[in-house]
Design a protein around this ligand. Structure first.
Ligand code: SF4
Length: 514
């Protein structure tokens, strides 16, 4: 018997269906333009987001409930809560114990899924993924969960992070259809399943130690859900308990939103195997030191999430307070760069005693899906995304607070806009140190030559941006402000101190150009 798959109601979609044992495999792909990148063809590199910050990480989510539970719907809401971590594609894989179904497409969660598509995803086990590309182009073939059949079973994998031994792994596991490290990882797990009597947990325990770099993954077969973090735990993953099942999520805010209770973080180097009998913990790697991405606290994670047991909004507020003490400014008003600069600006205002004002208004509906305007309008640049409130800025000495600067071009436009709105002075305060080195662990910042602070002093950056003064929060203060200074952070993009060997010559398109 082959599972019935309702035809998608609209737009280009694709799915693969794993049938019951003995049945003929069915794979359906509706016609759609192929966007596969061609070697030597310029590939658009979104790199830094519309507000001059690093491209987000991905979001992963998993659920295993009692038979009959609607895992797809719960996962949909989980992905919705994690939308900020990736806006290029969204996907959900489900299993009812016999049949696995995967549905994914380019776009936001709300665009990819609707009532009809969710109704076509029956099952009590699920993994979901929001993608921001850090290896491979933003094309349908690279969207996740990655799905592979293994005999009568199947494997679906959702990955956040970036491997640093992609070339080596590609040579070892052979060609794969997509151009992502996640596809290679899935191939390595499937290869190991063939050697381990089809056991997903045993296969992952064998395959994961072959991986280097950053990987937080949620993986499922027909009846198991497995979550794992690399030995340094670059990317977060939390375990939660819902009324009728177990949840894995990149951030605790997603647990809150689906009504799950936070149980604990999955430890660096830990693999949790969840099935109908409960949760088992394994440590398949040699012990590594915790190196959670410090930028999760600075910018990536939602303010209502907790990392290392510390609330992210509270940490950002403290960053601003410490910045006010470390780098005071003579100003009349503290203005945040919305939205992630808001908590730090609030902290700066409270510690300095300078009044706080929302002097910039963000168009909330501008995101990564924003259609770039025609050239004539593009000249208006950042105004499409942020608009100044002249009433709050005119005639004032403005202390402008942001969390980070990556390339600087958008920040430069922003400073000009604040001056044009009548500010008499602009004092820029950044609640993290200069971003000087590229990330190899799942943040897309482009190569080092594109980073504003790579080879410039703070004075040179101030000149370039045309500000009256500029100061960055010191690294020690930043770590102190997280509230978890002893728990172990990656600081590589700020300090140049990479916790692992990194492939300096690799780009995100490594599997497309070879
Ligand atoms: S290099 Fe920076 S962005 Fe990348 S994981 Fe380390 S702290 Fe995070």
């Amino acid at each position: 018997m082959v599972a019935e798959v309702p035809e998608p109601p609209r737009g280009p979609t694709a799915r693969s269906v794993h049938p019951l044992p003995g049945a003929q495999e069915l794979s359906v792909t509706t016609s759609r333009p192929t966007l596969r990148a061609v070697p030597d063809t310029p590939i658009p590199d979104p790199g830094v987001d519309t507000f001059d910050r690093p491209g987000e990480a991905c979001g992963v989510f998993g659920f295993l409930g009692s038979p009959g539970a609607d895992a797809a719907r719960l996962t949909y809401f989980g992905l919705f809560a994690l939308q900020h971590r990736g806006q290029e594609s969204a996907g959900i894989a489900v299993s009812d114990g016999d049949t696995m179904t995967v549905y994914k497409d380019l776009g936001l969660v709300a665009k990819v899924f609707d009532e009809t598509t969710l109704a076509g995803l029956p099952g009590h086990v699920a993994v979901g993924h929001n993608r921001y590309s850090t290896t491979g182009s933003s094309v349908w073939e690279n969207s996740q969960p990655v799905f592979r059949t293994v005999g009568a079973n199947g494997v679906a994998l959702a990955h956040n992070g970036n491997l640093t031994n992609t070339t080596e792994l590609a040579a070892a596991v052979g060609p794969v259809s997509a151009t992502t490290d996640s596809e290679l990882m899935t191939a390595a797990i499937v290869e190991a399943m063939h050697r381990n009597d089809g056991s997903l947990a045993s296969a992952m325990a064998e395959a994961l130690p072959r991986l280097r770099g950053a990987f937080t993954i949620a993986v499922m077969d027909r009846s198991h859900l497995v979550g794992a973090r690399d030995p340094h735990g670059f990317r977060p993953l939390s375990l939660g308990r819902a009324q009728d099942g177990w949840v894995l999520a990149s951030e605790t805010a997603a647990l809150d939103i689906v009504g799950a209770r936070f149980v604990r973080d999955v430890e660096p180097g830990e693999m949790v195997v969840i099935d109908e009998h409960g949760v088992q913990s394994h440590f398949p790697f040699a012990a590594g030191e915790s190196r959670l991405c410090l930028f999760e606290f600075v910018y990536f994670a939602r303010p209502d999430s907790n990392l290392f047991g510390q609330n992210v909004h509270g940490a950002r507020f403290r960053m601003g307070s410490m910045l006010a003490t470390q780098a005071p400014a003579d100003g009349d008003v503290v203005v945040p760069v919305p939205e992630s600069g808001i908590p730090a600006a609030q902290g700066y205002a409270q510690a300095s005693g300078i009044p706080y004002s929302d002097g910039l208004v963000k168009n909330r509906y501008v995101g990564r899906t924003f259609i770039e305007p025609a050239q004539s309008m593009r000249d208006r640049g950042i105004r499409m995304k942020l608009n100044p409130v002249a009433h709050a800025l005119a005639g004032r000495r403005v202390v402008l607070v942001d969390d980070s600067i990556v390339r600087g071009s958008t920040t430069k436009q922003l400073i000009k806009m604040v001056r044009d709105a009548g500010a008499v002075e602009v004092h820029l305060r950044i609640s993290s140190p200069p971003y000087r080195w590229p990330c190899f662990y799942g943040m897309d910042t482009g190569d080092r030559s594109t980073l504003l602070a790579a080879d410039r002093t703070v004075e040179e950056i101030a000149d370039f941006l045309d500000v009256d003064s500029l100061a960055y929060l010191d690294l020690d203060n930043l770590i102190e402000a997280t509230g978890a200074p002893g728990d172990g952070f990656c600081t590589a993009c700020l300090s140049g101190d990479y916790p692992t060997e990194v492939p300096l010559e690799d780009s995100k398109y490594i599997l497309e150009r070879s």
